[in-house]
Design a protein around this ligand. Sequence first.
Ligand SMILES: Cc1cc2nc3c(=O)[nH]c(=O)nc-3n(C[C@H](O)[C@H](O)[C@H](O)COP(=O)(O)OP(=O)(O)OC[C@H]3O[C@@H](n4cnc5c(N)ncnc54)[C@H](O)[C@@H]3O)c2cc1C
Length: 271
Amino acid sequence: MYPLVYHRPKTLAEAKELFGAGADATFLSGGHTLLPTMKQRLAAPSDVIDLTAIPEMRGIAVEARLLKIGAATTHAEVAESKIVRDAIPVLAGLAGSIGDRHVRHRGTIGGSTANNDPAADYPSAVLALGATIVTDRRRIAADDFFTGLYQTLREPGEIVTRIEFPIPDSACYAKFRSPASRYSIVGVFVARTGKNVRVAVTGAGASGVFRPAEFEAALSADFRPEAVAHCSVDPDSLLNDLNATGEYRAHLIRVLAGRAVAKPGALQSFK
Ligand SMILES: Cc1cc2nc3c(=O)[nH]c(=O)nc-3n(C[C@H](O)[C@H](O)[C@H](O)COP(=O)(O)OP(=O)(O)OC[C@H]3O[C@@H](n4cnc5c(N)ncnc54)[C@H](O)[C@@H]3O)c2cc1C
């Protein structure tokens, strides 16, 4: 390991000051993406600023039909939270489906959202539920936040502090996972509020998480698995890698969307 300075600020103001003072500073939450990247020498920050001791970045609450989750909340805390289970049960299920026990006890919702891995689970929930990403500077709608592979609207030094999820009438997530890492090869999150249905797909898009318009229109008109039987996504717009071809991913999107609609409220995880 090369030399670096580790900081553990207790306030957002201190974290921002440290970021400004560092030659090439970066933020750390669970470290489950950042540390492997540093070990492979793909990142070599001068200063690592740990965000997990800042009280306002922790905690889970429901206020005015919004489920608010602090960015430094771990996947295990979300999975076990009665507040989350009561408000959006499948979000707890999604968090419990991430990685293994170690990953769930270190990885955070803020780190996962800020990182925007194309195979990560949370971005699909954040996008399908129409969540708001709250930072130390502004509030960003999920539709604007995710801009490409590992890319977001976040600016250098901008800290994700909280995610706010509107509570839908029902939501479901169906995931076809990698048996090794449990990352999604394809994951489809469906959220319904009144007649409005939003669908987000992770694991498959060549540009990261996306909303398949044809599926949303079909399900908004007829919320049954049969409604998506003839919907499709262009395989050429999908990832084609050692896990699955674009054609196979397109097939999985249709199958998983149908299964998600068939069992609202539940997580369904397949391998
Ligand atoms: C073996 C393994 C299996 C995994 N399986 C899955 C899986 O099945 N599904 C899944 O979705 N994920 C999976 N993950 C990823 C894991 O869930 C972590 O959530 C993810 O690595 C990022 O979260 P983190 O808190 O560890 O972020 P970190 O690694 O600490 O940070 C990631 C990036 O985000 C930045 N960052 C972190 N927090 C903030 C913040 N609050 N504001 C601004 N920037 C921030 C950091 O600077 C860094 O660039 C897996 C990881 C491993 C190692």
